[in-house]
Each structure stands twice: as structure tokens, then as C-alpha cells.
Ligand binder design. Structure first.
Ligand SMILES: [Mg+2]
Length: 203
């Protein structure tokens, strides 16, 4: 389904291309230094994209090589599960009727991790970048005694026009996964993002 929330921002991006500029760039999830996010950048909360970030596209489980490595040894070592939120523009969005994908993903996580913990996944009406207030509300609800500030949130994902744009609009830390799980298929939109990244931000 067309993401109007992202397209509506194009005029703003033309005037201010830095809205698409990541704060940090890694090739994939296993490369992310979560200790550094916490100690150097003051990050307390982690927002994770799903497709091509922690999962292969359309998969309903965490990519096994990530689950066995940086999920447990990096992410969960430095951030408790209640400080983590998965925000996807497929699972949990208006494209997921009855949130069946959310329930499947949470069941798979319990099986794959041999845990009874429920993975926090946002159920939202507005796709990224339009679900900023829903993210803040989620963390305020799970941490009623904390003053949740958006600058303490890192948004991690593989797309400039959704994940990184949202991070910058919120004044959070945008962590861009340039490659992700798989070689990205060259849709015109992804080719445009790669051109912007290579020629605007690396030069
Ligand atoms: Mg993605």
C-alpha cells in the first residue's frame, strides 16, 4: 500500500535534504555497537524496523544469524526488552488486519528464543514517519515514572524515507543499515535512496 505519510514529506525534504541524513551508518544489524549507543549517545530506548533490518523481507521471525549474535550479546545485554519497540510499516500497521503478523512474530520469538517474554511490537494507524507520537506514548506507558525524551531514542532501519526521516523529525538518533539482511532489490525508490546517500551525504 502507498505510504502517504512518507510521500507527504517530499516538499520538506527538498528544502531540507538533511532530514534524510543518518547519524550513524552500519552495514547490517550484527555490526551495531549497542554499548556505544548507550554510553556515547545517551540512548535509553531502541526502535527497530523489521523488514531487512532484523528480519528478511516478509519473514515472521528474527533473522537467525542476528538472534544468535548481536540480538542477545549486544542489544539485550545493554537494553531491557521493555526499552525496545519494533515498528514496522507492514507488521502491526494498517496492512496487517487483525494484527495476525504481530501475533505470529511474537509466537516465533518465544519459540526461537525459548522464552515466555512478549516482544514489544507497535500496533499503529499511521506508517513511519507518521507514527512518532505513538512511539513516545508507548514508552511513556511502559515507563510511567520516567520522563521519556525523543533524544534518548535510537531509530534503527534500512530506509532513509521512513526510518531515518522519522528519527530526524523526532530529533532522535537515526541509525541507518545501508545493506540490511539481503541485497536490496533495486526498486526505483530504493535506487533513489541509495543515490541520495552516496552522492549527498558521502561527498
Ligand atoms: Mg525495512
Amino acid at each position: 500500500m502507498i505510504n502517504f505519510s512518507s510521500i507527504a514529506n517530499i516538499p520538506r525534504i527538498i528544502f531540507n535534504p538533511k532530514l534524510l541524513q543518518p547519524s550513524l551508518t552500519y552495514q547490517n544489524f550484527n555490526e551495531i555497537n549497542f554499548e556505544l549507543l548507550k554510553t556515547k549517545h545517551g540512548i535509553k530506548y531502541i526502535v527497530l524496523d523489521k523488514d531487512n533490518c532484523i528480519s528478511a523481507d516478509k519473514s515472521s521471525r528474527i533473522y537467525p544469524l542476528y538472534l544468535q549474535n548481536n540480538w542477545n550479546d549486544g542489544l539485550l545485554k545493554h537494553f531491557p526488552l521493555e526499552n525496545i519497540l519494533i515498528v514496522s510499516n507492514s507488521m502491526g500497521s494498517s496492512d496487517d488486519p487483525g494484527f495476525s503478523q504481530v501475533h505470529q512474530y511474537q509466537r516465533n520469538y518465544q519459540l526461537d528464543s525459548n522464552t515466555s517474554s512478549i516482544l514489544p511490537i507497535l500496533k499503529h494507524n499511521y506508517k513511519k514517519p507518521g507514527c512518532q507520537s505513538a512511539i513516545i506514548h508507548h514508552f511513556e506507558n511502559t515507563h510511567p515514572n520516567s520522563n521519556v525524551k525523543s533524544e534518548h531514542i535510537a531509530v534503527i532501519g534500512d530506509r532513509l524515507f521512513t526510518d531515518i526521516l522519522m528519527a530526524n523529525q523526532m530529533k532522535s538518533l537515526g541509525v541507518y543499515l545501508q545493506q540490511g539482511v539481503m541485497l536490496k532489490k533495486s526498486s526505483p525508490w530504493i535506487m533513489l535512496e541509495q543515490c541520495i546517500y552516496n552522492y549527498v551525504f558521502l561527498h
